[in-house]
Design a protein around this ligand. Structure first.
Ligand code: NAX
Length: 329
């Protein structure tokens, strides 16, 4: 039998945590034959709720779930971690300036990065979900100098899946027949969901949507980019199940690989590809194999796409400069 994989989840008592833990414990994160230990990190106020969730996990009698640890100590939570899902973050509250938001999150992701650096397993893979996800991932990564930078990623898979869902709704194609969609840039309203490389049921995606530039600009792009706000408006709460699903997809794909002829979107440390300044954590099209990813090279970028990628990367650069000025990286 295989050695259990240690999976650390921060913000485990939150609403994404609640949607995430049961799917991890039932084998959806790593595979149906991989036993897991869960390490739940919460702040002191969240510990009791995390314990309640742990009781429910026990009550599911999942065959793959071995051990559950609940703690408010990052050093303990990341001890021996093979996979870390950083979900807990400081949300923006009314009247909060961007600097305050970045400062508060620096106080979370800096120490967590250091704890990962000092205590995680050598093969640690980190996914940052908590917003601002790309810049929180950058803060964690820069506080973990001994961990290879490519082990820190930020989640844009929800945006990717949203784009696939919208393309399927528009064309009537099965989601399984939609390939090579890309999210570029920041997980924010400036993100660029790109269909110009994509294929729908064997046809170029732009052709499949009737070469409809107005739909692309006025409907598709804003619908994907502002979907989070639309969910809050409709549901009275932010997206949780779809976010948890995307986190599962992100890690599963990273570990188990992308299909031949397809790719996915991940926020990863830029190597300078496509003019994105090296070191920024920006979303790219990536293929994965044997637990490693590669940024897809050689794509032709139109002027239309270039302007949108540049706008989102500019925002990432500003966030990086702000956290640098605050001394967080
Ligand atoms: P909740 O507020 O329901 O849960 C957050 C949990 O994190 C709380 O239980 C809180 O006690 C805990 N927490 C706070 N600081 C912590 C710390 N220092 N260590 C450990 N735990 C800590 O939020 P939820 O709806 O679960 O969302 C979590 C994060 O995901 C938010 O930052 C949200 O903005 C972000 N999202 C990111 C998405 C993405 O695509 N990248 C999409 C979904 C989501 O909006």
């Amino acid at each position: 039998t295989r050695t259990p994989v240690n999976v650390t989840i921060t913000g485990a008592a939150g609403q994404i945590g609640y949607a995430l833990l049961f799917r991890i414990a039932s084998g959806h994160l790593l595979g149906a034959d991989v036993p897991v230990n869960l390490r739940l990190l919460e702040i002191p106020q969240g510990l009791k709720a995390a314990e309640g969730t742990a009781m429910e996990l026990v009550d599911c009698a999942f065959p793959l779930l071995r051990d559950i640890t609940i703690t408010d100590n990052p050093n303990e939570a990341f001890d021996g971690a093979n996979v870390a899902l950083l979900v807990g973050a400081r949300p923006r509250t009314a009247g909060m300036e961007r600097g305050d938001l970045l400062q508060a999150n620096g106080g979370i992701f800096g120490p967590q990065g250091k704890a990962i650096n000092d205590h995680a397993a050598d093969d640690i893979k980190v996914l940052v979900v908590g917003n601002p996800a790309n810049t929180n991932a950058l803060i964690a990564q820069r506080n973990a100098p001994d961990v290879p930078a490519e082990r820190f990623t930020a989640m844009t898979r929800l945006d990717h899946n949203r784009a696939v869902g919208q393309l399927s709704a528009k064309t009537g194609a099965l989601v399984s027949d939609i390939k090579r969609v890309t999210i570029w840039g920041n997980h924010s309203a400036t993100q660029y969901p790109d269909i110009f490389q994509a294929e729908v049921a064997g046809k170029p995606a732009f052709e499949a949507v009737g070469n409809d530039q107005a739909w692309l600009e006025n409907d598709f792009i804003p619908t994907v980019a502002k979907r989070g706000a639309a969910i809050i408006e409709a549901r009275g709460a932010s997206s949780a199940a779809s976010a948890a699903n995307a986190a599962i997809d992100h890690v599963y794909t990273w570990v188990n690989g992308t299909a031949e002829g397809d790719w996915t979107s991940m926020g990863v440390v830029s190597d300078g590809s496509y003019g994105v300044p090296a070191g920024l954590i920006s979303s790219f099209p990536v293929t994965t194999k044997d637990g490693k990813f590669e940024i897809v090279q050689g794509l032709e970028i139109s002027d239309f796409s270039r302007a949108r990628i540049d706008a989102s990367v500019k925002e990432l650069t500003e966030e990086r400069d702000a956290v640098q000025e605050l001394g967080l990286i």
